[in-house]
Design a binder for this molecule. Structure first.
Ligand code: CO8
Length: 258
């Protein structure tokens, strides 16, 4: 079990991703659990809003599980990418508001998961990035599309091509996150306050706001398909083997473009 949940009396469901020993990295088992918890939350009338957060004091989510990726073949990687994209899209399309409460590293698939939520509240120590390029990869859970939507094409390209991490304050300036606060407790309080306010509105109107805002981005399906296909293409390369091996061996990768 990688997920803990708690529902308060006001209908706010907190979902905590919990693999702190791997900085909450997303493996297939965790994603499967998250799919089921999310589906239950969407259909549960008692749930009016959702907080998604990471366990521990170091990370929201440090990305897809790199060690697991190295054990998969390109077809399995393609299928995992599509499955993850579908899960993240279901979060984006949730009829109930979803807020990511972020405390620490929010990288790769973790940043992609946070971006699929409707709002993001982070602590000052949080760091954001799409570092896949350091592994010979590209984002594969929708990051090429959602980062571009949030920060614009030029900044998205800079972040994805350099793999650089940015601090919470810069992420807020860029529009990647909504609020920066000092502590996780404060982030939880603010997220709860926002969700409590939304819970006083009509649930049908709330669901229709989300549907209408998202409808404007539906043309991006081709972008998601291209991303999953090219993520799997990257996984066939020597550079992917070198990038992931270098991560596991805690050294700098030497890429050859092959
Ligand atoms: N996957 C697996 N294990 C991880 C991950 C990860 N993404 N991140 C951290 N860990 C593990 C480390 O291996 C380490 O384990 P161990 O103690 O056994 O060595 C433990 O967590 C703690 O990490 P560090 O010792 O590295 O902690 P540091 O404080 O030194 O560094 C960092 C923290 C900077 C966050 C560092 O851990 C890091 O760079 N992590 C990887 C970040 C990354 O590259 N993320 C992108 C992954 S690829 C991705 O997300 C693709 C998404 C789309 C997938 C689509 C198809 C499948």
């Amino acid at each position: 079990m990688y997920i803990k949940t708690s529902l308060n009396n006001d209908g706010i469901l907190t979902i905590t991703l919990s693999r702190p020993e791997a900085l909450n990295a997303l493996n297939s088992a965790l994603l499967k659990e998250l799919s089921s918890v999310m589906a239950d939350a969407f259909s549960n009338k008692n749930v009016r809003g959702i907080i998604l957060t990471g366990d521990g004091d170091k990370a929201f989510v440090a990305g897809a599980d790199i060690k697991e990726l190295t054990a998969l073949d390109p077809q399995q990687i393609f299928e995992l990418s599509v499955k993850g994209q579908q899960l993240f899209k279901s979060i984006e399309d949730s009829p109930k508001p979803v807020i990511a409460v972020i405390n620490g590293f929010t990288l790769g698939g973790g940043c992609e998961l946070a971006m699929a939520c409707h709002m993001r509240i982070a602590t000052e120590i949080s760091k954001f990035g799409q570092p896949e390029v350091n592994l010979g990869l590209i984002p594969g859970y929708g990051g090429t599309q959602r980062l571009t939507q949030l920060v614009g094409r030029a900044k998205a390209l800079e972040l994805i091509l350099t793999g650089d991490m940015i601090a919470a304050q810069e992420a807020k300036t860029l529009g990647l996150i909504n609020h920066v606060v000092a502590t996780k407790e404060e982030a939880m309080i603010l997220a709860t306050k926002i969700l409590d306010k939304i819970a006083t509105k009509g649930p049908i109107a709330v669901a229709n706001v989300i549907k209408s805002v998202n409808a404007g981005f539906n043309f991006e399906q081709q972008g998601y398909e291209t991303e999953a296909k090219l993520f799997a293409e990257c996984s066939k390369t020597h550079d992917f083997k070198e990038g992931t091996t270098a991560f596991i061996e805690k050294r700098k990768a030497q890429f050859k473009g092959e």
